[in-house]
Design a binder for this molecule. Structure first.
Ligand SMILES: [Zn+2]
Ligand SMILES: [Zn+2]
Length: 319
């Protein structure tokens, strides 16, 4: 089968011919239909995860399983042997074995999957268009759900703020709008992204420094020092700040440093159950995002395009 290998960090991806994968003990095979290209894939190539090499990247995978039919892959595999995995939070397992990061992923014609529950039936969703939901969509879905309880408490008076209207932020705006009664504000320094945010249903889209008042829930899809500072300034008493962005910013935390009883939390990817819920959600709500397809063999070109910053939607590789 054709596959894409990362053979050396910081080197171009290589198209190779490999023997088809073998389904391990109790494992399963899927024929890959599509695989989204995510920013984490760039970090895999750069060696930031110290992935074992050679590695087949790719964690936004849809495919076909012999018995289940069209499926979406749950890629953040855990050890399935610790209390975190026992409670369904495999994506934050300390002994994680994420597909496409630590074991072979979906930049290939076939893929081996260790457990059937990692394959969520896709129903009649378009397998190419829906591939980015597996990571980008799921990460935003979980992040906005972390805020749901606080927003529901305030009902129609709730105010939510999305920081950063890039790919994940655009999912976040839609999830907040479709699942809560909150007034949704967006802050982004790019006028184009602010315009996009308004198209997606945000009530207000402003530049940094133009925020007004406090917000019950703030989802920071940037995570840099200035965005966290602004979140700490604008979160309401008993409000919540959910940080998703990987810019590595920090902010002082403690009684007196943040508004009384404000919560700050990070949010990572999502659970198997949430992936199933997201697939059901996508059946009943039309989510707006653009997908650009490229052939699997052009994975390296896709990575270069993503690095160039010239991509407005999500790139999906098709077999
Ligand atoms: Zn990803
Ligand atoms: Zn575990």
């Amino acid at each position: 089968m054709k596959a894409i290998e990362l053979q050396e960090y910081d080197h171009p991806l290589v198209v190779v011919d490999r023997p088809p994968p073998v389904a391990g003990n109790g494992g399963h095979l899927i024929d890959v239909t599509a695989c989204g290209v995510c920013h984490s894939d760039i970090h895999v190539v750069d060696g930031q995860f110290s992935s074992p090499l050679p590695l087949v990247p790719g964690h936004e995978v849809t495919g076909v399983h012999q018995a289940l039919g069209p499926v979406m892959l749950y890629a953040p595999w855990g050890c399935r042997n610790c209390w975190i995995c026992d409670t369904g939070h495999e994506m934050i397992c300390p002994d994680a074995a994420e597909a496409g990061l630590f074991v072979d992923g979906g930049y290939a014609e076939q893929m081996s999957v260790p457990h059937l529950e990692y394959l969520q039936p896709l129903g009649d969703l378009d397998p190419v268009r829906s591939a980015p939901l597996a990571c980008g969509g799921l990460t935003a879905f979980r992040a906005t759900r972390q805020a749901a309880e606080v927003l529901h408490r305030r009902g129609s008076k709730a105010r939510a703020l999305v920081i950063g209207a890039g790919g994940l932020g655009q999912f976040g705006i839609q999830f907040l709008r479709l699942t809560s009664d909150a007034e949704v504000w967006v802050v982004d320094q790019s006028p184009q992204k602010r315009e996009k945010a308004l198209e997606l249903g945000a009530d207000r889209a402003v530049g940094p420094g133009e925020l007004d008042g406090t917000f019950d829930a703030i989802v920071d899809f940037v995570g840099a020092e200035p965005t966290l500072e602004s979140a700490a300034q604008h979160v309401s008493r008993r409000g919540i700040v959910v940080v998703v962005g990987l810019y590595g910013g920090q902010v002082p935390f403690g009684v007196g440093a943040v508004p009384p009883e404000a919560q700050f939390m990070s949010s990572f990817w999502g659970t198997v159950a949430e992936l199933g819920e997201l697939i059901r959600f996508a059946h009943t709500h039309s989510l707006e995002y653009t997908v650009e397809t490229m052939p699997l063999a052009e994975a390296e070109q896709a990575h270069q395009k993503l690095r160039s910053g010239l991509v407005t939607g999500r790139i999906v590789l098709v077999t």
